[in-house]
Write a protein that binds this ligand. Structure first.
Ligand code: ADP
Ligand code: MG
Length: 398
């Protein structure tokens, strides 16, 4: 708000009364003569009705059409579309859950169709636990997304989370900007992300990139988006998991290795310009790592603990980027997500990037509330991480 040229109050702190209040946002957009809406991430960024409402109000929604969001947004429906388009998906149900669990085989993962941020997901290892896990996940989905439609997937054991950044314009040009490895997760939420993924051979990268482009085309995509895959441990099979129809938290690592400003591309595409970048122009150079800094206390079960920032010092120097809203004296609101800063490091090789990130986390100082910075620092010294062998099971296993 302090950086904005103009700021208008859209309602009280509770997201439902402000950031999720479509009428308030549209009224303010009209009143201030605004002609475009960038939805960021979270809140209404993947809300198809909001994208439609912007269009109906004559505002440019800086993202895909409501129709494309709808097609990708129901995760269970997206699976059908992808299968039809020839993109591999995890074995799973696309109907009632109980009979599907038997045919897919345990362990299974129950997932909310409208899910995001790791919410509405429950693992189930045995038939006798199915109904309890189902009820829990359903209730969480209803509370978080106002939609309790569920589907089920075979649980891929110790997979890697590999995702591809895509860009698409309204003239049918679709390219990908390479991959990110987001396997270091806690409770299905990303903690450390890097680009490019160390585990991909150039051949596999090309195959997965082509599948990502196919996925974007299958939903009639426009603007920047991400296609998420699971890669099985033997790196033989990869499966479409979901498509995120917005810019993502971790887009910065892709910007560092491709030199492409993704938000600028979003604005160009939304303005109706054709992509100037072609697939053959995209090269991945060097290595980038991002650590998410969350206001949470790892030694107290990751309890969120936002508060006042009494003192703050960010790292700097060559190959260092910090994206954050924090400053000394600010108050981090308890009403929203606990992520408060993103620290990114970039260097010619992965090992140099790891060293640079360790130095960044040593320099980073925040007094006022606990964060997960020390935990990320320790991960950067773990042999499994150094070897680039982390799977999504890494944090729990160690
Ligand atoms: P969200 O919308 O919450 O991001 P995703 O479908 O992307 O949900 O899944 C989040 C995370 O859950 C993945 O990154 C992965 O770690 C885990 N996960 C999802 N599906 C499976 C699966 N079938 N097998 C194993 N892990 C999975
Ligand atoms: Mg996801």
């Amino acid at each position: 708000v302090q950086l904005a040229g103009q700021a208008v109050c859209i309602g009280p702190a509770r997201a439902a009364d402000s950031y999720l209040n479509q009428d308030a946002l549209l009224t303010v957009a009209k009143a201030t003569g605004c002609d475009g809406v960038h939805p960021g991430y979270g809140f209404l960024s993947e809300n198809a009705d909001f994208a439609d409402a912007c269009a109906a109000a004559g505002l440019t929604f800086i993202g895909p059409s409501g129709d494309a969001i709808r097609k990708a947004g129901s995760k269970s429906a997206a699976r059908d579309l992808m299968r039809a388009a020839g993109v591999p998906v995890t074995p799973g149900s696309d109907g009632p859950v109980a009979s599907a669990a038997e045919s897919v085989g345990y362990p299974v993962l129950l997932k909310a169709s409208a899910g995001g941020g790791g919410r509405g997901i429950r693992r189930c290892d045995r038939p006798e636990d199915l109904s309890a896990a189902f009820a829990e996940a359903k209730a969480e989905a209803q509370a978080c997304f106002g939609n309790d439609e569920m589907y089920l997937e075979k649980l891929v054991l110790r997979p890697r989370h590999i995702e591809f950044q895509v860009l698409a314009d309204r003239y049918g040009n679709v390219i990908h900007l390479g991959d990110r490895d987001c396997s270091v997760q806690r409770r299905n939420q990303k903690l450390i992300e890097e680009a490019p993924a160390r585990c991909l051979t150039p051949e596999l990268r090309e195959r997965m990139g082509a599948a990502a482009v196919k996925a974007a085309k299958a939903v009639g995509y426009e603007n920047a988006g991400t296609v998420e895959f699971l890669l099985d441990p033997d790196r033989e099979h990869f499966y479409f998991m979901e498509m995120n129809t917005r810019i993502q938290v971790e887009h910065g690592v892709t910007e560092l290795v491709t030199g492409v400003d993704l938000v600028r591309q979003q604005l160009r595409i939304a303005s109706g310009l054709a992509l100037r970048l072609r697939q053959e122009d995209v090269t991945l150079q060097g290595h980038a790592i991002e650590c998410r800094i969350n206001a949470e206390d790892p030694v107290q079960g990751f309890r969120p603990c936002p508060g006042r920032v009494d003192f703050l010092h960010f790292p700097g120097g060559p190959g260092v980027r910090v994206d954050s809203c924090l400053y000394s004296g600010c108050e981090l609101s308890p009403y929203y997500d606990s992520m408060a800063a993103k620290i990114l490091a970039y260097a010619p090789t992965r090992m140099e990037t790891i060293r640079r990130m360790r130095r960044c986390l040593e320099e980073f100082t925040l007094e006022g509330f606990p964060t997960n910075a020390e935990l990320s620092y320790q991960i950067l010294y773990h042999p499994e991480f150094i070897l680039g062998e982390c799977t999504t099971a890494f944090l729990d296993e160690h």
